[in-house]
Ligand binder design. Structure first.
Ligand code: 7TS
Length: 409
């Protein structure tokens, strides 16, 4: 058993983990959906409202200065967290979804035209499908889909065949929320770059499980959500290479995103502010900064090592449950178990587990096409966070046995 950090101590940092659910200790295994928050994140948000709340970038008083500083310091923390070259390449958005939509509506509208092709994969979350479908409907561009094998791995040979001079964009998920597959993202990016095609990485799932380095990956855009990264909801990040962001037109208009305004002509602010119209999610950004501090102190490499060990343990004990079929068995997988139980509807399993205080997600995980690929209408999904334990996975297995006793033949 690998113990890169003291998980009992870590669990003490998360107040919600100590509550009861339906009279049972909470077993929180719905981290792919959203993660729980350490006290330091809760305190950072409370501290803003208790001691220095003000609007940013515009107030001529001390509180405004303090709030602006905290908001911008958080941006630098994000920059360091993903190793961006420059904090100006970090744009605050609401979530990963908004990051993809921003790129589709600005970069996409300007550069993608009728007859052009956009490549995504079978295992995308809807957040990296629908924005491109909308763009295609508007421009006459076409969506091309990288197929996957029965284990839930990308078929890179097929991807190579899809790439051509017609390809104008590639959007790819780093880690699948429905299967747990971790894609060979560097290879995907390099293959696109060989055609001069920019790549957006959907890191919504990977960002909180493994170290990320956008310079090493050489991705052109990358998105993730604060709420999955042990931070607040309503804040997310779009990373973009400076040269691309500078060329992109603004998305939303309003305060803070302009340099000069007359009724005849408006000039726009520099990046990242050009893309941050209106009063932003100040407490969200500050909370995200605190979450990044928490993760950095623990160490993303240690978190990855701990979760990989836990993942292997869980795969072992789950495989022993009679009638359990794992959906997604990629060689490189992280922190997600998606499965079905023979003859029992996933929803019924979810209900039994909830009675046991076990939080998981059942359904299609906002990734309908990949479930269609596996021919299942829904799965039961348990997903790990940095605070989960082997005991909790044993609890899950006991809950599955209970579900089989109640609903099984
Ligand atoms: N991309 C991936 C791979 C995701 O897993 C999610 C959310 C998103 C994008 C969108 O994130 P949002 O914060 O903008 O909503 N995934 C899930 C999930 O698996 N269960 O609930 C949300």
């Amino acid at each position: 058993m690998i113990t890169p950090y003291d998980v009992a101590k870590v669990r003490a940092d998360f107040p919600i983990l100590h509550r009861l659910v339906n009279g049972k200790p909470l077993t929180y295994l719905d981290n792919a959906n959203t993660t729980q928050k350490p006290q330091s994140v809760i305190d950072a948000v409370a501290d803003l409202y208790t001691t220095y709340n003000a609007n940013i970038h515009r107030a001529s008083h001390l509180l405004g200065e303090l709030a602006t500083r905290a908001y911008e310091e958080a941006r630098v923390k994000v920059k360091t967290f993903i190793n961006a070259a420059d904090a100006h390449e970090i744009i605050y958005v609401r979530n990963a979804t908004e990051g993809v939509n921003l790129v589709a509506q600005t970069y996409g509208r300007r550069n993608i035209h009728a007859g052009d092709e956009i490549i995504i994969s079978t295992m995308e979350h809807h957040a990296n499908i629908i924005p491109w479908q909308l763009l295609c409907a508007e421009t006459g561009a076409k969506l091309k889909i990288i197929p996957i094998n029965d284990a839930g791995e990308l078929l890179l040979d097929e991807y190579a065949k899809l790439l051509s001079e017609r390809t104008k964009f590639v959007g790819i998920v780093h880690m699948s929320n429905a299967l747990g597959t971790v894609n060979p993202i560097k290879e995907v990016i390099d293959m696109a770059h060989a055609y001069g095609v920019p790549v957006l990485v959907d890191a919504a799932q990977s960002a909180y499980h493994m170290p990320l380095d956008v310079q090493e990956l050489d991705c052109d855009f990358l998105v993730f959500s604060g709420h999955k990264l042990y931070g607040p909801t309503g804040i997310g990040v779009l990373y973009g290479k400076r040269a691309l962001l500078e060329e992109m037109p603004p998305w939303q208009g309003g305060g803070d995103m302009i340099a000069t305004v007359t009724f005849e002509e408006t000039t726009f602010n520099d990046i990242p502010y050009k893309f941050e119209a209106g009063t932003p999610h100040i407490d969200g950004a500050i909370g995200l900064g605190a979450a990044i501090d928490y993760l950095t102190t623990l160490g993303m490499d240690k978190i990855a090592a701990y979760e990989n060990d836990l993942m292997a343990y869980g795969t072992g004990v789950l495989t022993e449950v009679p009638g359990l079929r794992m959906i997604g068995t990629a060689r490189h997988k992280a922190s997600v178990y998606s499965f079905v139980l023979d003859g029992i509807h996933p929803y019924d399993v979810g209900t039994v587990l909830d009675q046991e205080g076990i939080a998981i997600r059942t359904g299609q995980h906002c990734a309908h096409p990949v479930l269609q690929r596996f021919g299942v209408p829904a799965t039961i999904r348990a997903s790990l966070g940095l605070y989960n334990t082997r005991e909790e996975l044993d609890t899950l297995v006991r809950g599955l046995h209970t579900a089989r006793e109640i609903f099984g033949e």
